[in-house]
Design a protein around this ligand. Structure first.
Ligand code: DAT
Ligand code: MG
Length: 148
């Protein structure tokens, strides 16, 4: 079992896509173990995107992600990190295939509505950053119908 960090970014919140996005993860069979909303501080945004600190788009990215509320989520399941990335789709919405969140709703690389951890190490780092209080432990009784 893995847990991954997923976040609806300010454009997804502004566009009223929170429910649609959460629904896709629920329907897929992932288990919600963390959920909250906040307007991110510059400090947490910079830490989250630290790997991109030297990229030319970094200042714009920080301004964007701190511009309004985001919805922070932790989703658990078998191979949850890659399963979530596959639901999300490639970075650029114009190239993302239909059926993915970015492919169905996005037209840009910067305004791509959603973040998902890309590897076990980044998931651990991001969950610690955004959910320093920890995530929920609960028994999802329906999970027996998602896994043989
Ligand atoms: P992803 O979110 O698919 O993991 P990433 O980690 O490469 O993509 O980049 C993080 C975010 O930074 C991405 O969601 C949008 C923004 N971004 C990436 N490349 C960009 C670019 N060339 N121009 C503008 N924004 C970019
Ligand atoms: Mg990334």
């Amino acid at each position: 079992m893995e847990t991954t960090y997923v976040m609806v970014k300010p454009d997804g919140v502004q566009r009223g896509l929170i429910g649609e996005i959460i629904g896709r993860f629920e329907q897929k069979g992932l288990k919600l173990v963390g959920l909250k909303a906040m307007v991110p501080s510059e400090e947490i945004a910079r830490a989250h995107y630290a790997v991109h600190a030297e990229r030319p788009f970094f200042p714009g990215l920080i301004k964007f992600v701190t511009s309004g509320p985001v919805v922070c989520m932790a989703w658990a399941g078998r191979d949850a990190i890659s399963v979530a990335r596959n639901l999300i789709g490639p970075t650029n919405g114009r190239e993302a295939p239909p059926g993915t969140i970015r492919g169905d709703y996005g037209m840009d690389i910067g305004y791509n509505m959603i973040h998902g951890s890309d590897a076990p190490e980044t998931a651990e780092f991001e969950l610690g950053l955004w959910f320093s209080e920890g995530v929920m432990e609960w028994d999802q009784t329906i999970s027996k119908w998602f896994y043989e």
